[in-house]
Design a protein around this ligand. Structure first.
Ligand code: AP5
Ligand code: MG
Length: 217
């Protein structure tokens, strides 16, 4: 299955993408994670990306499209993939259509996770991520067993630089302006699936799973 996960910052895209990736044995392609890795390594791309990310702005389309295009050509994407955080603008969505056409593939479903802004801010300011394996935690809703330590690999948990409240508000504003129009874009194409993301993690997982099983059938 070739899937897209849409949703505001903190809606739960990463949490659900990891679950879907594991369940169906397909790679999670998170542009946010790829960019953060480039920033951590201090590559040329990372230096450019950091300027935008730290302010809650989008990294320019041509850069992100280039990264995704290369990633989708890799062998592990042959049997499907789940895009997390891409596309994020109409221009990126059109570029993806073009890439899919060139590769002779199509997007099977676009899962849109809906969560109100106040809940999203609450989720993000209490999020912690494992530096080693990328596992996602929430101090209240999904805490690690031992404070500051990843349950899965023992790695150190950290808070993202762009998870400060002022930056989160800007990310949300950018989402509203640039990304929300994609809901209409995919609705028109007829492959949009809406999920109420304000439910707990397990309920959201279950809802997504039921919808995906219907598509597969
Ligand atoms: P990115 O990393 O994609 O960030 P984002 O879209 O802002 O989304 P988040 O990762 O913050 O949230 P999420 O939806 O994954 O939620 P999560 O599962 O972690 O992008 C970061 C930056 O990179 C952008 O601002 C931009 O600069 C750049 N960038 C990336 N892609 C780009 C692109 N395509 N074009 C241009 N620039 C790009 O969950 C959040 C928290 O809530 C966690 O603590 C989790 O445990 C908890 N939680 C999850 N689900 C639930 C639930 N159902 N109930 C309770 N708690 C929950
Ligand atoms: Mg994420």
């Amino acid at each position: 299955m070739n899937l897209i996960l849409l949703g505001a910052p903190g809606a739960g895209k990463g949490t659900q993408a990891k679950f879907i990736a594991e369940k169906y044995g397909i790679p999670q392609i998170s542009t946010g994670d790829m960019l953060r890795e480039a920033v951590a390594k201090g590559t040329e791309l990372g230096k450019i990306a950091k300027e935008f990310m730290s302010q809650g702005k989008l990294v320019p389309d041509e850069i992100v499209v280039g990264i995704v295009k290369e990633r989708l050509k890799q062998k592990d994407c042959e049997n499907g993939f789940i895009l997390d955080g891409f596309p994020r603008t109409i221009a990126q969505a059109e570029a993806l259509d073009e890439i899919m056409k060139e590769m002779g593939k199509k997007i099977d479903a676009v899962i849109n996770i809906n969560v109100p802004e106040e809940e999203v801010v609450r989720r993000i300011v209490n999020r912690r991520i494992c530096r080693k394996c990328g596992a996602i935690y929430h101090l209240l809703y999904d805490p690690p067993k031992k404070e500051g330590i990843c349950d899965k690999c023992g790695g150190e948990l950290y808070q993202r630089d762009d998870d400060r409240e002022s930056v989160v508000r800007e990310r949300f504003r950018v989402y509203r302006r640039d990304t929300e129009p994609l809901i209409e874009y995919y609705k028109k194409k007829g492959n949009l699936l809406n999920v109420d993301g304000s439910k707990n993690i397990e309920d959201v997982k279950e809802k997504i799973l039921i919808m995906l099983e219907e598509i597969k059938a």
